[in-house]
Ligand binder design. Structure first.
Ligand code: F3S
Length: 390
Protein backbone atom coordinates (compact mmCIF):
# COMPACT_ATOMS: atom_id res chain seq x y z
CA UNK A 1 0.00 0.00 0.00
CA UNK A 2 1.27 3.47 -0.91
CA UNK A 3 1.15 6.01 1.93
CA UNK A 4 -1.28 8.94 1.77
CA UNK A 5 0.72 12.07 0.87
CA UNK A 6 0.46 14.68 3.59
CA UNK A 7 1.05 18.44 3.67
CA UNK A 8 3.44 20.02 6.22
CA UNK A 9 0.49 21.26 8.31
CA UNK A 10 -0.83 17.71 8.49
CA UNK A 11 2.48 16.45 9.86
CA UNK A 12 2.21 18.93 12.73
CA UNK A 13 -1.34 17.75 13.50
CA UNK A 14 -0.14 14.13 13.50
CA UNK A 15 2.64 15.10 15.89
CA UNK A 16 -0.04 16.21 18.34
CA UNK A 17 0.80 19.94 18.16
CA UNK A 18 -2.89 20.86 17.87
CA UNK A 19 -4.29 18.56 20.50
CA UNK A 20 -5.17 14.94 20.83
CA UNK A 21 -8.58 15.09 19.15
CA UNK A 22 -7.24 16.65 15.92
CA UNK A 23 -4.37 14.17 16.00
CA UNK A 24 -6.72 11.19 16.34
CA UNK A 25 -9.10 12.53 13.72
CA UNK A 26 -6.34 12.94 11.15
CA UNK A 27 -4.99 9.49 12.01
CA UNK A 28 -8.46 8.12 11.28
CA UNK A 29 -8.59 9.86 7.88
CA UNK A 30 -5.10 8.68 6.94
CA UNK A 31 -5.93 5.11 7.98
CA UNK A 32 -9.11 5.21 5.92
CA UNK A 33 -7.25 6.66 2.95
CA UNK A 34 -4.58 3.98 3.23
CA UNK A 35 -7.14 1.18 3.27
CA UNK A 36 -8.93 2.57 0.19
CA UNK A 37 -5.78 3.52 -1.72
CA UNK A 38 -6.15 7.31 -1.54
CA UNK A 39 -3.03 9.17 -2.69
CA UNK A 40 -3.93 12.37 -0.86
CA UNK A 41 -6.51 14.15 1.25
CA UNK A 42 -8.80 16.61 -0.52
CA UNK A 43 -10.25 19.76 1.11
CA UNK A 44 -14.02 19.56 1.55
CA UNK A 45 -16.58 22.37 1.15
CA UNK A 46 -18.98 20.94 3.71
CA UNK A 47 -19.69 17.97 5.92
CA UNK A 48 -22.86 16.20 6.99
CA UNK A 49 -22.41 14.08 10.09
CA UNK A 50 -24.51 11.01 10.84
CA UNK A 51 -24.82 9.43 14.26
CA UNK A 52 -27.04 12.19 15.58
CA UNK A 53 -30.02 10.22 16.88
CA UNK A 54 -29.66 8.86 20.39
CA UNK A 55 -31.64 5.84 19.17
CA UNK A 56 -28.77 4.92 16.84
CA UNK A 57 -25.63 6.03 18.72
CA UNK A 58 -26.76 5.20 22.28
CA UNK A 59 -24.84 5.64 25.54
CA UNK A 60 -21.38 4.70 24.24
CA UNK A 61 -21.59 6.93 21.18
CA UNK A 62 -22.56 9.85 23.40
CA UNK A 63 -19.68 9.15 25.82
CA UNK A 64 -17.22 9.08 22.88
CA UNK A 65 -18.50 12.43 21.57
CA UNK A 66 -18.33 14.06 24.98
CA UNK A 67 -14.62 13.36 25.44
CA UNK A 68 -13.59 14.95 22.10
CA UNK A 69 -12.03 18.41 22.19
CA UNK A 70 -11.80 20.25 18.87
CA UNK A 71 -13.92 22.40 16.51
CA UNK A 72 -15.12 21.91 12.96
CA UNK A 73 -13.16 24.02 10.48
CA UNK A 74 -15.64 23.77 7.57
CA UNK A 75 -19.45 24.15 7.49
CA UNK A 76 -20.89 20.99 9.00
CA UNK A 77 -24.46 19.97 9.76
CA UNK A 78 -26.03 16.99 11.48
CA UNK A 79 -28.19 14.18 10.25
CA UNK A 80 -31.81 14.19 11.50
CA UNK A 81 -32.46 13.16 15.09
CA UNK A 82 -35.31 11.43 16.86
CA UNK A 83 -37.40 14.51 17.69
CA UNK A 84 -38.02 18.16 16.79
CA UNK A 85 -35.73 20.16 19.07
CA UNK A 86 -38.24 22.91 19.78
CA UNK A 87 -41.46 20.86 19.82
CA UNK A 88 -40.59 17.47 21.29
CA UNK A 89 -43.10 17.75 24.15
CA UNK A 90 -45.88 18.52 21.70
CA UNK A 91 -44.90 15.49 19.62
CA UNK A 92 -45.15 13.32 22.73
CA UNK A 93 -41.49 12.34 22.99
CA UNK A 94 -40.53 10.65 26.28
CA UNK A 95 -38.63 13.21 28.44
CA UNK A 96 -35.96 10.58 29.25
CA UNK A 97 -35.23 10.15 25.52
CA UNK A 98 -35.32 13.92 24.97
CA UNK A 99 -32.74 14.42 27.70
CA UNK A 100 -30.33 11.97 26.05
CA UNK A 101 -31.05 13.35 22.58
CA UNK A 102 -30.34 16.88 23.79
CA UNK A 103 -27.06 15.68 25.31
CA UNK A 104 -26.01 14.35 21.88
CA UNK A 105 -26.91 17.67 20.25
CA UNK A 106 -24.99 19.62 22.90
CA UNK A 107 -21.94 17.41 22.35
CA UNK A 108 -21.98 18.11 18.61
CA UNK A 109 -22.55 21.83 19.16
CA UNK A 110 -19.45 21.94 21.36
CA UNK A 111 -17.53 20.46 18.41
CA UNK A 112 -18.70 23.29 16.15
CA UNK A 113 -21.30 21.29 14.23
CA UNK A 114 -24.26 23.44 13.20
CA UNK A 115 -27.51 22.30 14.73
CA UNK A 116 -29.33 21.86 11.46
CA UNK A 117 -30.47 18.27 11.72
CA UNK A 118 -31.46 17.31 8.22
CA UNK A 119 -30.96 14.84 5.40
CA UNK A 120 -31.46 17.69 2.90
CA UNK A 121 -28.59 20.09 3.68
CA UNK A 122 -28.51 21.05 -0.02
CA UNK A 123 -31.64 23.19 0.54
CA UNK A 124 -29.81 25.24 3.17
CA UNK A 125 -26.24 25.65 1.99
CA UNK A 126 -25.02 26.08 -1.58
CA UNK A 127 -23.42 23.00 -3.10
CA UNK A 128 -21.98 23.17 -6.59
CA UNK A 129 -21.01 20.84 -9.36
CA UNK A 130 -17.56 19.38 -8.69
CA UNK A 131 -17.45 20.35 -4.99
CA UNK A 132 -15.77 17.76 -2.77
CA UNK A 133 -17.86 16.96 0.30
CA UNK A 134 -17.83 14.51 3.19
CA UNK A 135 -21.49 13.64 3.72
CA UNK A 136 -22.91 10.70 5.62
CA UNK A 137 -26.60 10.20 5.10
CA UNK A 138 -27.23 7.96 2.13
CA UNK A 139 -29.98 9.99 0.44
CA UNK A 140 -28.03 13.23 0.84
CA UNK A 141 -24.94 11.53 -0.61
CA UNK A 142 -26.98 10.26 -3.55
CA UNK A 143 -28.49 13.71 -4.20
CA UNK A 144 -25.16 15.52 -3.94
CA UNK A 145 -23.42 13.12 -6.32
CA UNK A 146 -26.20 12.50 -8.80
CA UNK A 147 -28.43 15.59 -8.90
CA UNK A 148 -25.81 18.26 -8.19
CA UNK A 149 -22.69 16.56 -9.54
CA UNK A 150 -20.72 17.18 -6.33
CA UNK A 151 -18.38 14.46 -5.11
CA UNK A 152 -18.70 12.53 -1.88
CA UNK A 153 -18.32 9.01 -0.66
CA UNK A 154 -20.83 7.82 1.90
CA UNK A 155 -18.93 8.58 5.07
CA UNK A 156 -19.46 6.81 8.36
CA UNK A 157 -20.23 9.11 11.30
CA UNK A 158 -16.69 9.19 12.79
CA UNK A 159 -15.06 9.74 9.36
CA UNK A 160 -17.44 12.62 8.60
CA UNK A 161 -16.78 14.17 11.99
CA UNK A 162 -13.04 13.80 11.37
CA UNK A 163 -13.46 15.54 7.99
CA UNK A 164 -15.31 18.41 9.71
CA UNK A 165 -12.53 18.83 12.26
CA UNK A 166 -9.65 18.51 9.77
CA UNK A 167 -11.39 20.06 6.74
CA UNK A 168 -10.31 17.25 4.40
CA UNK A 169 -11.26 13.75 3.41
CA UNK A 170 -9.34 10.91 1.69
CA UNK A 171 -9.49 11.31 -2.08
CA UNK A 172 -10.73 7.94 -3.36
CA UNK A 173 -13.92 6.37 -4.67
CA UNK A 174 -16.47 8.89 -5.92
CA UNK A 175 -14.05 11.80 -5.50
CA UNK A 176 -12.32 10.52 -8.66
CA UNK A 177 -13.91 11.05 -12.09
CA UNK A 178 -12.80 7.61 -13.26
CA UNK A 179 -15.02 5.99 -10.62
CA UNK A 180 -18.20 7.85 -11.61
CA UNK A 181 -19.08 6.17 -14.90
CA UNK A 182 -22.17 3.93 -15.31
CA UNK A 183 -21.88 0.22 -14.56
CA UNK A 184 -25.31 -0.96 -15.69
CA UNK A 185 -28.34 0.32 -17.59
CA UNK A 186 -31.86 0.56 -16.23
CA UNK A 187 -34.62 0.88 -18.81
CA UNK A 188 -37.91 1.99 -17.33
CA UNK A 189 -41.13 1.11 -19.10
CA UNK A 190 -43.34 3.99 -17.95
CA UNK A 191 -46.41 3.03 -19.93
CA UNK A 192 -46.25 6.45 -21.56
CA UNK A 193 -47.45 8.26 -18.43
CA UNK A 194 -45.62 10.51 -16.00
CA UNK A 195 -44.55 9.25 -12.61
CA UNK A 196 -45.41 10.94 -9.31
CA UNK A 197 -42.64 11.52 -6.76
CA UNK A 198 -43.84 8.40 -4.92
CA UNK A 199 -43.59 6.39 -8.15
CA UNK A 200 -39.95 7.40 -8.41
CA UNK A 201 -39.53 6.24 -4.81
CA UNK A 202 -41.15 2.92 -5.71
CA UNK A 203 -38.92 2.63 -8.77
CA UNK A 204 -35.86 3.23 -6.60
CA UNK A 205 -37.14 0.70 -4.04
CA UNK A 206 -37.26 -1.99 -6.73
CA UNK A 207 -34.12 -0.92 -8.57
CA UNK A 208 -31.87 -0.72 -5.51
CA UNK A 209 -32.40 -4.40 -4.77
CA UNK A 210 -31.09 -5.34 -8.20
CA UNK A 211 -28.36 -2.73 -8.54
CA UNK A 212 -26.58 -3.25 -5.22
CA UNK A 213 -23.65 -0.85 -5.05
CA UNK A 214 -23.18 -0.29 -8.79
CA UNK A 215 -23.69 3.00 -10.66
CA UNK A 216 -26.86 2.79 -12.78
CA UNK A 217 -27.71 4.78 -15.91
CA UNK A 218 -31.48 5.25 -16.25
CA UNK A 219 -33.22 5.74 -19.56
CA UNK A 220 -36.76 6.77 -20.45
CA UNK A 221 -37.61 8.80 -17.34
CA UNK A 222 -37.62 12.57 -16.76
CA UNK A 223 -37.90 13.14 -13.00
CA UNK A 224 -37.74 16.66 -11.56
CA UNK A 225 -35.49 17.37 -8.56
CA UNK A 226 -38.02 15.96 -6.06
CA UNK A 227 -38.45 12.82 -8.14
CA UNK A 228 -34.68 12.41 -8.32
CA UNK A 229 -34.46 12.84 -4.56
CA UNK A 230 -37.06 10.09 -4.04
CA UNK A 231 -35.43 7.77 -6.57
CA UNK A 232 -31.94 8.13 -5.12
CA UNK A 233 -33.06 7.85 -1.49
CA UNK A 234 -34.85 4.57 -2.14
CA UNK A 235 -31.98 3.07 -4.15
CA UNK A 236 -29.58 3.96 -1.37
CA UNK A 237 -31.85 2.12 1.09
CA UNK A 238 -32.61 -1.14 -0.73
CA UNK A 239 -29.22 -1.13 -2.44
CA UNK A 240 -26.11 0.90 -1.73
CA UNK A 241 -26.34 3.29 -4.66
CA UNK A 242 -24.39 6.47 -3.95
CA UNK A 243 -24.40 7.81 -7.53
CA UNK A 244 -26.75 7.33 -10.47
CA UNK A 245 -27.22 8.98 -13.82
CA UNK A 246 -30.41 9.71 -15.73
CA UNK A 247 -30.08 10.20 -19.46
CA UNK A 248 -30.75 13.81 -20.43
CA UNK A 249 -31.49 14.84 -16.83
CA UNK A 250 -28.61 14.56 -14.34
CA UNK A 251 -25.58 16.81 -14.84
CA UNK A 252 -22.91 14.25 -15.63
CA UNK A 253 -25.25 12.35 -17.99
CA UNK A 254 -25.77 15.65 -19.85
CA UNK A 255 -22.11 16.68 -19.84
CA UNK A 256 -20.38 13.42 -20.78
CA UNK A 257 -20.92 10.83 -23.43
CA UNK A 258 -20.63 7.62 -21.41
CA UNK A 259 -19.69 4.47 -23.25
CA UNK A 260 -22.48 2.14 -22.15
CA UNK A 261 -21.89 -0.55 -24.76
CA UNK A 262 -21.69 -4.00 -23.27
CA UNK A 263 -23.27 -3.02 -19.96
CA UNK A 264 -25.88 -5.29 -18.40
CA UNK A 265 -29.40 -3.88 -18.81
CA UNK A 266 -32.29 -4.43 -16.44
CA UNK A 267 -35.88 -3.46 -17.23
CA UNK A 268 -38.42 -2.26 -14.68
CA UNK A 269 -42.00 -1.82 -15.80
CA UNK A 270 -44.89 0.34 -14.66
CA UNK A 271 -46.96 -2.64 -13.53
CA UNK A 272 -44.22 -3.79 -11.17
CA UNK A 273 -43.92 -0.26 -9.79
CA UNK A 274 -47.69 0.01 -9.22
CA UNK A 275 -47.57 -3.21 -7.18
CA UNK A 276 -45.42 -1.47 -4.56
CA UNK A 277 -48.48 0.63 -3.65
CA UNK A 278 -50.86 -1.06 -1.21
CA UNK A 279 -54.20 -0.44 0.49
CA UNK A 280 -53.82 -1.57 4.13
CA UNK A 281 -55.48 0.66 6.72
CA UNK A 282 -53.10 2.84 8.75
CA UNK A 283 -53.15 4.81 11.99
CA UNK A 284 -50.67 7.55 11.00
CA UNK A 285 -49.37 9.22 7.84
CA UNK A 286 -45.80 10.51 7.58
CA UNK A 287 -44.13 12.31 4.67
CA UNK A 288 -40.74 13.95 4.41
CA UNK A 289 -38.29 11.07 4.01
CA UNK A 290 -36.01 12.63 2.82
CA UNK A 291 -37.07 15.95 4.34
CA UNK A 292 -39.54 17.92 2.21
CA UNK A 293 -38.46 20.49 -0.34
CA UNK A 294 -40.21 23.89 -0.40
CA UNK A 295 -42.17 22.61 -3.40
CA UNK A 296 -43.34 19.50 -1.56
CA UNK A 297 -44.50 21.66 1.38
CA UNK A 298 -46.46 23.90 -0.99
CA UNK A 299 -48.11 20.93 -2.73
CA UNK A 300 -49.03 19.45 0.67
CA UNK A 301 -50.55 22.79 1.75
CA UNK A 302 -52.64 22.96 -1.42
CA UNK A 303 -53.86 19.39 -1.02
CA UNK A 304 -54.81 20.01 2.64
CA UNK A 305 -56.48 23.36 2.00
CA UNK A 306 -59.93 23.47 3.65
CA UNK A 307 -59.56 19.95 5.10
CA UNK A 308 -59.05 18.55 8.62
CA UNK A 309 -56.94 15.52 9.41
CA UNK A 310 -58.64 12.61 11.18
CA UNK A 311 -55.47 10.69 12.09
CA UNK A 312 -52.00 12.04 12.93
CA UNK A 313 -50.27 13.43 9.82
CA UNK A 314 -46.60 14.30 10.24
CA UNK A 315 -44.61 16.25 7.67
CA UNK A 316 -40.84 16.50 8.17
CA UNK A 317 -38.55 19.20 6.78
CA UNK A 318 -35.35 21.04 7.65
CA UNK A 319 -35.77 23.91 10.12
CA UNK A 320 -34.24 26.31 7.59
CA UNK A 321 -36.83 25.29 4.98
CA UNK A 322 -39.65 25.67 7.54
CA UNK A 323 -38.38 29.12 8.52
CA UNK A 324 -38.53 30.51 4.99
CA UNK A 325 -41.91 28.89 4.24
CA UNK A 326 -43.77 30.00 7.37
CA UNK A 327 -47.05 30.81 5.61
CA UNK A 328 -47.09 27.45 3.88
CA UNK A 329 -46.39 25.67 7.16
CA UNK A 330 -49.14 27.62 8.95
CA UNK A 331 -51.54 26.70 6.17
CA UNK A 332 -50.65 22.99 6.53
CA UNK A 333 -51.02 23.11 10.32
CA UNK A 334 -54.51 24.66 10.07
CA UNK A 335 -55.63 21.19 8.96
CA UNK A 336 -54.29 19.63 12.17
CA UNK A 337 -51.27 18.12 10.38
CA UNK A 338 -47.92 18.91 11.95
CA UNK A 339 -44.73 20.06 10.26
CA UNK A 340 -41.73 19.08 12.37
CA UNK A 341 -38.08 19.96 11.92
CA UNK A 342 -34.96 17.96 12.78
CA UNK A 343 -36.71 14.60 12.86
CA UNK A 344 -36.15 11.38 10.96
CA UNK A 345 -39.39 9.43 10.86
CA UNK A 346 -37.66 6.07 11.04
CA UNK A 347 -35.46 6.83 14.06
CA UNK A 348 -38.06 8.77 16.03
CA UNK A 349 -39.33 6.75 19.01
CA UNK A 350 -42.70 8.44 18.48
CA UNK A 351 -43.33 6.37 15.34
CA UNK A 352 -42.96 3.15 17.35
CA UNK A 353 -46.35 3.73 18.97
CA UNK A 354 -48.19 3.20 15.68
CA UNK A 355 -49.05 -0.16 14.15
CA UNK A 356 -49.38 0.86 10.48
CA UNK A 357 -47.69 3.86 8.86
CA UNK A 358 -48.50 5.36 5.46
CA UNK A 359 -45.60 6.96 3.60
CA UNK A 360 -44.89 8.33 0.13
CA UNK A 361 -41.20 7.36 0.22
CA UNK A 362 -39.44 4.28 -1.12
CA UNK A 363 -36.76 4.75 1.51
CA UNK A 364 -39.28 4.81 4.37
CA UNK A 365 -40.99 1.80 2.80
CA UNK A 366 -37.69 -0.07 3.13
CA UNK A 367 -36.88 0.99 6.69
CA UNK A 368 -40.15 1.42 8.60
CA UNK A 369 -40.93 -2.28 9.18
CA UNK A 370 -37.63 -3.00 10.95
CA UNK A 371 -36.89 0.39 12.48
CA UNK A 372 -40.42 1.21 13.69
CA UNK A 373 -41.84 -2.30 14.06
CA UNK A 374 -44.90 -1.27 12.03
CA UNK A 375 -46.69 -2.27 8.86
CA UNK A 376 -45.98 0.21 6.08
CA UNK A 377 -48.20 1.38 3.22
CA UNK A 378 -46.88 3.23 0.18
CA UNK A 379 -49.00 5.92 -1.45
CA UNK A 380 -48.69 9.10 -3.46
CA UNK A 381 -48.80 12.42 -1.61
CA UNK A 382 -52.37 12.85 -2.85
CA UNK A 383 -53.29 9.44 -1.41
CA UNK A 384 -51.54 10.26 1.88
CA UNK A 385 -53.62 13.42 2.23
CA UNK A 386 -56.80 11.56 1.28
CA UNK A 387 -56.16 8.84 3.88
CA UNK A 388 -55.27 11.37 6.61
CA UNK A 389 -58.38 13.47 6.00
CA UNK A 390 -61.13 10.90 5.36
FE1 F3S B 1 -33.96 11.36 6.08
FE2 F3S B 1 -34.46 9.58 7.95
FE3 F3S B 1 -35.58 9.33 5.62
S1 F3S B 1 -32.52 10.52 7.50
S2 F3S B 1 -34.03 10.13 4.24
S3 F3S B 1 -35.93 11.03 7.06
S4 F3S B 1 -34.76 7.66 6.84
Amino acid sequence: MKPVELEPGDERILAGEQGETRQKMLELLVALGTVFGARRLVPVHSVQVSGASYKTIGKYGLEWLEQLDARAVVPAVLNPIGMPRGRWQEMGVDPAFAEKQNAVITAYERLGIRLECTCTPYYLYPVHYGDHLAWSESSAVSYANSVIGARTNREGGPAALAAAIIGKTPCYGLHLAANRTPQLMVDVATGGRDFSIAHYGALGYLAGNRIGNRIPYFRNIRPDADGLKALGAAMAATGAVALYHVKGVTPEACKFHFDTSGLETIVIGREEIEQVFSRVSVDVVAVGCPHCSPGELKTTALLLSGKKVKIPFYIFAAQGVIDVNKNTVQSIEKSGARVYADTCMVVSPVMERYTAIMVNSGKALAYVPDMCGAVVRMGTLEECVAVATS
